[in-house]
Design a protein around this ligand. Sequence first.
Ligand code: ACO
Length: 406
Amino acid sequence: TVGPDVVDVRGLTATGRFTFDPGFMSTASCESKITYIDGDAGILLHRGYPIEQLAEKSDYLETCYLLLNGELPTAEQKAKFVSVIKNHTMVHEQLKSFFNGFRRDAHPMAIMCGVVGALSAFYHDSLDINNAQHREVSAMRLIAKMPTIAAMAYKYSMGQPMMYPRNDLNYAENFLHMMFNTPCEIKPISPVLAKAMDRIFVLHADHEQNASTSTVRLAGSSGANPFACIAAGIAALWGPAHGGANEAVLTMLDEIGSVENIDKFIAKAKDKNDPFKLMGFGHRVYKNRDPRATVMKKTCDEVLSELGITNDPQLQLAMRLEEIALTDPYFKERNLYPNVDFYSGIILKAIGIPTSMFTVIFALSRTVGWISHWKEMLSSPYKIGRPRQLYTGYDKRDYVKLEDRK
Ligand code: ACO
């Protein structure tokens, strides 16, 4: 026992004993110094710093440095970090061929799974996981190239030419530039929208052992290369119960259609015989308000006001849904608050990002969290992740010859 609520079972496996914990409701798979969450109190700290302060005062690349290195950078360290990231923003020209292999209507998350995994076929000089220098370079490459690959996936789906990164812009501005500018028309990027984008990146940067981060650690524990591990994380993130929720929120709002239909959908969400859930509500760990959702709501208000959006029917529907869910006893009793994905979907829509790109943006932001956990795991003694199971199948029985089977 290592604390009043923590039982350390290291060593017990030799006796054949194990815990049965479907969904890992109460199983810690690792030790980590990166992120702390108190779900009951609604607290999220990265390396000790509250997420609210990072969202307000920091920026994404500084937060990346913090997650990776454990401390906020000095001015000199920050400048060097930003410069190294900028040095890696382009992707190998031949990588473009991968995009052409996809249907134009392929979901961009399908493209991300494939293309990010394929990076391991291009960057052989950073694949040795036992070499600290290789681990560092692959981390920088992944953080730097994710916006480029994400924007390339979008441009491919639009049939537009892909845009090269611009290193005179900051991380968020450059992403918006590659998304929305074309070689024929280079428009300046709105600082308010770039700030909102950067904040979305910060708020999604890490969240300890969620499904995708645990997947990255599990893949990494077998010695897989970093690009393959991050591709595994992207796959795990895609599901609507995890990162796919931001896209699912907008799809749900489309389905609801208008305020008059809200009651019908709330009733569906409460019906235990109906698999429908109110997308963007609830969280495995937060049984209080998700602190990221609070910051996201504020950012949402700023973006809508900057863009002069006051009467978008879908946004009005979202706000009304939020009001109803926050006062309905079913949601109150179960502590089902709007989560970070509820508001991020609304902001992304307002910025003009298509719904199919929402989860891609989550993946882009979370890459630093995944890679920080992967690096942390590899920097200390670790074992291959190998959960046990509770077998509920047949007892031993003898093989039946084909002619004797009924
Ligand atoms: N709508 C309606 N009921 C819900 C919802 C919801 N969104 N979420 C949970 N509940 C209900 C459950 O049916 C259950 O009710 P019961 O006690 O009467 O059986 C109770 O609330 C507890 O929920 P669980 O499913 O046990 O909670 P769990 O921790 O397993 O699931 C999850 C958390 C997956 C996030 C869930 O709330 C959900 O599916 N939400 C919608 C999808 C979503 O927004 N996901 C994004 C999560 S945040 C992120 O990944 C960044």
